[in-house]
Design a protein around this ligand. Structure first.
Ligand SMILES: Cc1cc2nc3c(=O)[nH]c(=O)nc-3n(C[C@H](O)[C@H](O)[C@H](O)COP(=O)(O)OP(=O)(O)OC[C@H]3O[C@@H](n4cnc5c(N)ncnc54)[C@H](O)[C@@H]3O)c2cc1C
Ligand SMILES: NC(=O)c1ccc[n+]([C@@H]2O[C@H](COP(=O)([O-])OP(=O)(O)OC[C@H]3O[C@@H](n4cnc5c(N)ncnc54)[C@H](OP(=O)(O)O)[C@@H]3O)[C@@H](O)[C@H]2O)c1
Length: 240
């Protein structure tokens, strides 16, 4: 468990074939309701793949368990070694090879941060080759719900061009606790956009997770002059 109600699940293709994907893409898990009706749910890939290396067979996802959820019940009932049906990858919520921006604003709530985890090696490459900057704003209720917080903090520590700013909606880390850090805020991610001076001349923004957050940030960024093409979005809507 990454958090009290969020699981990190690590799968491997059972046929041994490589999983070829671009960071930011998602897969679909196929299963049936109790009455036998087929259904599916989408999950962003959290897998960190090394750019240029041969694709592996690993499929990592982070699943936020919701009360009464059908896929939630499926995942909660899995034992180590069990198999699920999946298809993909799908989606275009990816870093684009021809981007000429100066900075990426990466914004997420909850499990919406997994695409950015997957993008870390590509971002590292772009920081080295084109000197881009990256700001990651991640919304969580409290320190115990901050997903992959240690990984992002360590990455920010090792890369001066990368800023990690957790935004806690309910409870901040206690002073002196392991997650206490000057770069954190109290509130929703969209409340802190102004502080980072969104720039139509140099920014590309990515928004992922809670649909209301995505809409609020989209409107705020448009208000700052960013074109629709400069704001890429993935809403975690329920496909029930
Ligand atoms: C492109 C895409 C990528 C996604 N990636 C991820 C991911 O990486 N990780 C992840 O956890 N989810 C992700 N989702 C959401 C995921 O597909 C499911 O919707 C989610 O896991 C709930 O499925 P469920 O079957 O457990 O609940 P359902 O049976 O679909 O819903 C049960 C009840 O919970 C409500 N509900 C569903 N989701 C939420 C929520 N987030 N907050 C509050 N209430 C909710 C429903 O409205 C319903 O009342 C993604 C969705 C999309 C479209
Ligand atoms: N303690 C709890 O109540 C709790 C804990 C875990 C999971 N859950 C339930 O589990 C489900 C999924 O939770 P999740 O954590 O994966 O995703 P989520 O509900 O989207 O929450 C992730 C973060 O986004 C914030 N948020 C909510 N609405 C927002 C908005 N309009 N704009 C910006 N930020 C917003 C949340 O703050 P706020 O929640 O503070 O508004 C939280 O900090 C939900 O049903 C949730 O209610 C509840």
């Amino acid at each position: 468990m990454l958090a009290p109600t969020v699981a990190h699940l690590d799968f491997e293709r059972s046929d041994g074939q490589p999983v070829v994907f671009a960071p930011g893409q998602f897969i679909q898990i196929h299963f049936s309701y109790a009455d036998g009706t087929a259904t599916k749910r989408s999950y962003s890939l959290a897998t960190i793949a090394t750019p240029g290396a041969a694709p592996g067979t690993a499929v990592e996802i982070a699943v936020s368990y919701v009360p009464g959820g059908a896929a939630t019940a499926l995942f909660e009932g899995l034992a180590i070694g069990d198999t699920v049906d999946a298809s993909g990858p799908f989606g275009r919520f990816c870093l684009m090879p021809n981007d000429a921006n100066r900075r990426y604003l990466l914004i997420a709530t909850g499990t919406g941060v997994t695409p950015y985890r997957s993008m870390l090696p590509l971002l590292e490459q772009q920081m080295a080759t084109r000197g881009i900057e990256v700001v990651l704003l991640l919304g969580a209720r409290s320190p115990d719900e901050l997903l992959y917080g240690d990984e992002f903090r360590a990455f920010a520590g090792a890369h001066p061009g990368f800023r990690f700013v957790p935004c806690f909606s309910r409870r901040m880390p206690a002073p002196g606790s392991p997650q206490d850090h000057p770069d954190m805020r109290h509130g929703y991610v969209q409340q802190f956009l102004d502080e980072f001076a969104p720039d139509p001349a140099g920014d590309i923004a990515y928004l992922c997770g809670n649909p209301d957050m995505v809409d609020a940030c989209f409107e705020a960024l448009k208000g700052k002059g960013l074109a629709v093409s400069q704001v890429r979005r993935e809403k975690y809507v329920s496909s029930k």
